[in-house]
Design a protein around this ligand. Structure first.
Ligand code: CP3
Length: 351
C-alpha cells in the first residue's frame, strides 16, 4: 500500500533510523494553554470532548504554537466508562467523579458492552486532525489500558493509593478478571475506530498499573493490555504503552504487551531502560514535567542530559515522564520542544 511518506514520528516508532528525534508532550492540549482555557471558559469538559470541531481546535493548538511532531486527539480515558454504562462527571475541581462506582461483584454486571454512539465524536475528531495536518505530523489516538480504566471504575475518581482497587483484586479475583475482560473488549472497537479514522499511532495509558504488586501486574495488567493490542488485528497502527508511574522495575513485563514502544515515567533511568529493553521496543519519555517550571536554560540542559542517555542509532521518542502541569508557562513548553528538535543524535556505531 503506497500512501504519503510516513511522518518522522511513525518512522521512529517503527524503529527506523531518524535524523532527529520526534517530540510531543503528554497532556499537551490542556489547561496551561490560553486557547484551551478560552474554549473551556464557554464549554463544559464533556461537551468539548464530544464536539469534534472544538476538540480538533484544542488538539491543534500545541502543534501550531510549538511545532510538536504529533497531535494527540483531545478526549479523556473515562469516555469509555460512560459508554459502558458507568456515568462520569467532570466537576470544575477535584478531577473526574463516578456517581455509582463498581464496588461489588454484582456491580460488574452493570458494566455492559460499549455504546459506540457515546464515543463516536472521538473518531470524528481524529478524522478532522488527519485532514488538518500535513503528512509529516502524526495523529495519535488513545485510550486507557484495561487496568487503569477499571481502577477508576472501582475508586469512583482519582486516588492516592487505589486501595479499593487493590482490595477488590484480592477479595474478588474472578469478578476483577471479568471486569478487566469487559473493559479490554470494549476498548478494542473504540481504538479501531480511531485507527480507521486515520490515527497513525495509538497510546494506551496504564497510569496506575504499578499500584498492583509485581505478580499481579504480570497476571492482569500486562495480559489485559496485550489482549487489547492483539484485538486490534494485524493492520493496526503502532502502539505505545504507558505502564505508568513507578513501573521502572517492570519494563520487561511491560514489553510483553506487544506494544512497539513503552512510555517511561521520570523515575525510570533512560540509560538503564535502553540496556534492558531497548532492542525489543522503542522508548518514549521521560523528562520530569516539573523541569518545565524552571527557566528555559535549565530546560534545555535537562533535555540534553536526558538524550545523552539514548544509545547511538536508536530512534528515541522525546516526551515528558507524565502529563504537563497546568502551571507550566507556554514559553517553557516551547523551550522543551525547541531543545528536543535541536538535538542531533550521534550516528550509529559501525556494525
Ligand atoms: O493533550 C492530551 O494529552 C489529550 C487529552 C487527554 C486528557 N486526558 C484531557 C483532560 C488525555 C490523553 C487524557 C488522559 C487521561 N485522563 C489519563 C491518563 C494520562 C495521565 O495523565 O495519567 C487519566 C488518568 C485521565 C483521567 C482524568 N481526566 C483525570 C485524573 C483528570 C483530572 C486531573 C486533571 O488533570 O485535571 C481529567 C480531566 C482532564 N482530561 C483534563 C484534560 C485537559 C482537565 C479538565 C479541565 O479542563 O479542567
Amino acid at each position: 500500500m503506497s500512501g504519503p511518506p510516513a511522518s518522522l514520528f511513525v518512522r521512529a516508532l517503527r524503529g527506523e533510523p531518524v535524523e532527529r528525534y520526534p517530540v510531543w508532550m503528554m497532556r499537551q492540549a490542556g489547561r496551561y494553554l490560553p486557547g484551551y482555557q478560552a474554549v473551556r471558559a464557554r464549554t463544559p469538559f464533556l461537551d468539548l470532548c464530544r464536539s469534534p470541531d472544538l476538540a480538533a481546535e484544542v488538539s491543534l493548538e500545541p502543534v501550531e504554537r510549538f511545532g510538536v511532531d504529533a497531535a494527540i486527539v483531545f478526549a479523556d480515558i473515562l469516555l469509555t466508562a460512560d459508554a459502558m454504562g458507568v456515568a462520569v462527571e467532570f466537576p470544575a475541581t477535584g478531577g473526574p467523579r463516578i456517581g455509582r462506582p463498581i464496588r461489588t461483584p454484582a456491580d460488574v454486571r452493570r458494566v455492559h458492552e460499549p455504546d459506540a454512539r457515546r464515543t463516536a465524536a472521538v473518531a470524528a475528531t481524529v478524522a478532522r486532525l488527519r485532514r488538518a495536518l500535513p503528512a509529516d505530523r502524526a495523529v495519535i489516538g488513545f485510550s486507557a489500558a484495561p487496568f487503569t480504566l477499571c481502577a477508576y471504575l472501582i475508586e469512583g475518581g482519582s486516588s492516592r493509593d487505589f486501595w479499593r482497587t487493590r482490595a477488590f483484586a484480592y477479595q474478588h479475583p474472578d469478578a476483577f478478571e471479568e471486569l478487566l475482560g469487559r473493559a479490554a473488549d470494549a476498548l478494542v472497537p473504540y481504538l479501531r475506530e480511531q485507527a480507521a479514522a486515520g490515527a497513525n499511532a495509538l497510546q494506551l495509558f496504564d497510569t496506575w498499573g504499578a499500584v498492583l504488586e509485581p505478580a499481579l501486574f504480570e497476571r492482569w495488567v500486562v495480559p489485559m493490555a496485550a489482549r487489547v493490542i492483539e484485538g486490534l488485528g494485524a493492520d493496526r497502527p503502532p502502539v505505545i504503552y504507558f505502564p505508568g508511574l513507578g513501573a521502572a522495575d517492570r519494563l520487561e513485563a511491560a514489553a510483553a504487551t506487544g506494544a512497539e514502544a513503552l512510555s517511561l515515567d521520570w523515575q525510570t533511568s533512560l540509560g538503564r531502560a535502553y540496556a534492558r529493553v531497548g532492542t525489543r521496543v522503542r522508548l518514549q519519555g521521560n523528562l520530569d514535567p516539573t523541569v518545565l517550571l524552571a527557566d528555559p536554560g535549565t530546560i534545555g540542559r535537562a533535555v540534553e542530559r536526558m538524550l545523552a542517555e539514548v544509545p547511538p542509532g536508536r530512534p528515541h521518542l522525546v516526551n515528558l515522564g507524565h502529563g504537563i502541569l497546568k502551571e507550566t508557562p507556554p514559553e517553557h513548553a516551547a523551550a522543551f520542544v525547541r531543545a528536543a528538535q535541536a538535538f542531533r543524535p550521534a550516528a550509529s556505531p559501525c556494525p
